[in-house]
Design a protein around this ligand. Structure first.
Ligand SMILES: Cc1cc2nc3c(=O)[nH]c(=O)nc-3n(C[C@H](O)[C@H](O)[C@H](O)COP(=O)(O)O)c2cc1C
Length: 165
């Protein structure tokens, strides 16, 4: 962890998990990290639902299947909602990224499961008892990592354009 770049290179989408509970404090830290993200006009439109009970995770995995079928084997899920503001998707996405980095730095495996624009978004909201104006941004599956996929990223030289294309 001495290289600060590890914060970014060390994070990968992890979809395979070992069994076991995740300390509540680590889940709280991830939500706290999410809440430190930038938001348009600082409206902080988010609400987070943390699901940890096995049967509820299984039910949720069925709702978001096939995208997030692996949620069944996760230890927790942080569901990111935003109130329906102009920039809810940008704000909620920034929060999701910060939660993912926090979880990765804590040695946990996590994966973003699509929320916004998915046909199951309303079902997820109903399952969790969310208010009508809430938009589902993402679901973050969390568990003890049981895989270590290699990064597959475009190289800096290929994607950076100085001053103009
Ligand atoms: C908006 C968004 C939606 C995503 N939805 C899913 C999803 O529904 N299921 C899934 O397994 N991964 C999903 N992912 C994770 C991506 O597949 C993953 O980030 C990508 O393959 C790059 O891998 P990395 O996260 O390890 O860098 C999503 C990522 C983003 C940013």
């Amino acid at each position: 962890m001495s290289d600060p770049k590890f914060i970014f290179t060390g994070r990968r989408s992890i979809r395979k998990y070992k069994q076991g509970d995740i300390p509540r404090t680590l889940l709280e830290e991830a939500v706290w990290a999410a809440s430190q993200a930038p938001t348009a006009r600082n409206v902080q439109p988010w609400e987070f639902v943390v699901v940890t009970q096995g049967p509820r995770l299984k039910e949720l995995s069925t709702i978001v299947s096939p995208n997030g079928a692996f949620l069944e084997f996760a230890s927790a899920c942080i569901v990111v909602f935003c109130h329906d503001t102009k920039y809810y998707l940008e704000d909620g996405s920034a929060a999701t990224t910060q939660a993912l980095l926090s979880l990765s730095m804590a040695g946990l495996g996590a994966c973003w499961i699509a929320g916004d624009k998915k046909e199951y978004a309303e079902k997820v909201k109903m399952f969790l008892g969310g208010a009508a104006d809430l938009k589902l941004v993402s679901l973050i599956a969390v568990g003890r990592p049981a895989e270590a996929p290699a990064p597959q990223k475009r190289g800096l030289k290929e994607l950076i354009h100085w001053e103009k294309f």
